[in-house]
Structure formats: structure tokens, C-alpha cells
Design a binder for this molecule. Structure first.
Ligand code: C5P
Length: 202
């Protein structure tokens, strides 16, 4: 009787994070935002550390570090995420998390394809590039960052291209993942769809 695992993948600002958090709360599962692992490693490279050394030395407390949600760190994260050795160093932690006795939700880019190919429920959450950039722009300006919509869109397209185009664990929908396009959905609607899909797998 193994624990229940939910895999949620998709590009940046599609609503993955919010959906994952609410799904985890709903079912009482633990939640891991795996993007934070790459962001924590990326942040350390911005401090001058070697990416692989940083990945191998990563501890859970690093995920609570301030400043991981900035565009600069996102960019650094997607660079280190293209390094196979860095990805490999982060696999065991993620697989261990997925097997938590009370159930787990992991969100990222390669959860349903590489980290948890046997997940009990898989979702691929996406939205149009314009909708995602508008959401991220609102979020960043809300935090007081001086960025334009065009800058956010350009950064996002570059990051999407790198995440989708890399050789190792590229961003792609697993064949058995349910697609949720949140472009024309409220967050409540998207969460309800996700919960219904997961319940149908229980
Ligand atoms: O999800 P988030 O935007 O925080 O992820 C930051 C970067 O980390 C992504 O652009 C991607 O390059 C990388 N990532 C990854 N695999 C994951 C999660 C994130 O390659 N499972």
C-alpha cells in the first residue's frame, strides 16, 4: 500500500504553484515546489559558487532562503537546470519526498516524466504565453519590482525555450497527464478541475 503521489508539471506562471498548494491542502498531502531546488542552486551560482557543488550540498533550509522568487534567480535556475549532473544530484531528494507516507504533491517540469513516472495522478497545467506573462508581470510589479510586460514576456519565452529544448528532462506533457489550460479559467475553476481529476484516480 504505497503512498499517493500527485505530479504537476507545466511552464512558468501557468498556475501550477497555486493549484499544487491548494490540492495539497485539500487532500492533506505534503507539497514540494521543485522549482525552488533549482532556484536555490541558481542563487548560489549568482554568489559565485559552482553549480554542482551547490546542488550536492543543498539542504531543505536552502529552500526558505530569501530572494528566490526574482527574475534573476529564475534565469540562473533555468541555466543550472540544463546541467545533467545538477539534475541528477537533486533526484534522490525529490523521489524521497514523493514517497512521504501521508501522500505528496510535487510540481515542476519533469515530475510526471522523470521523477515520478508512476505517479497516481498527473496534471499538465499550462496557459498562453501572453496570459502567463500578464500574470507574472502583475505579481512582480505587485512586489514593487520595476519591470515591463514586454521584459517579462521576453524573459519567459527565453526560459520556456530553454526548459523545453534541453536534452535532459525537457518540459513536456507526460502521455498520461491530464491537460489543464488555465488561460480562460479562474484559479477556483482550475483547482476544482485538478481535485476532480485526482479524486477520480483514488
Ligand atoms: O517553477 P520555477 O519557475 O520556480 O522553476 C525555475 C526553473 O527551474 C525552471 O525554469 C526550470 O528551468 C527549472 N526546473 C526544472 N525542473 C523542475 C522544476 C524547475 O528544470 N522540476
Amino acid at each position: 500500500n504505497r503512498p499517493f503521489t500527485v505530479a504537476i508539471d507545466g511552464p512558468a506562471a501557468a498556475g501550477k504553484g497555486t493549484i499544487s498548494k491548494q490540492v495539497a491542502d485539500h487532500f492533506g498531502f505534503a507539497h514540494l515546489d521543485t522549482g525552488l531546488l533549482y532556484r536555490a542552486v541558481g542563487a548560489r551560482t549568482l554568489d559565485g559558487e559552482d553549480a554542482l557543488t551547490a546542488a550536492e550540498a543543498l539542504v531543505p533550509a536552502d529552500l526558505d532562503r530569501e530572494g528566490l522568487r526574482t527574475p534573476q534567480v529564475a534565469e540562473a535556475a533555468s541555466r543550472v537546470a540544463a546541467m545533467p549532473a545538477v539534475r541528477k544530484a537533486l533526484v534522490a531528494f525529490q523521489k524521497g519526498f514523493a514517497r512521504r507516507p501521508g501522500g505528496a504533491v510535487l510540481d515542476g517540469r519533469d515530475i510526471g516524466t522523470v521523477i515520478c513516472p508512476d505517479a497516481d495522478a498527473k496534471l499538465f497545467v499550462t496557459a498562453s504565453a501572453e496570459v502567463r506573462a500578464a500574470r507574472r508581470h502583475l505579481e512582480l510589479t505587485g512586489k514593487g519590482l520595476a519591470v515591463t510586460y514586454d521584459e517579462v514576456l521576453a524573459d519567459q519565452l527565453a526560459r520556456d525555450a530553454r526548459d523545453t529544448g534541453r536534452a535532459d528532462a525537457p518540459l513536456t506533457q507526460a502521455p498520461d497527464a491530464m491537460l489543464i489550460d488555465t488561460s480562460d479559467m479562474t484559479i477556483e475553476q482550475a483547482v476544482a478541475r485538478a481535485i476532480a481529476e485526482i479524486e477520480s484516480r483514488m
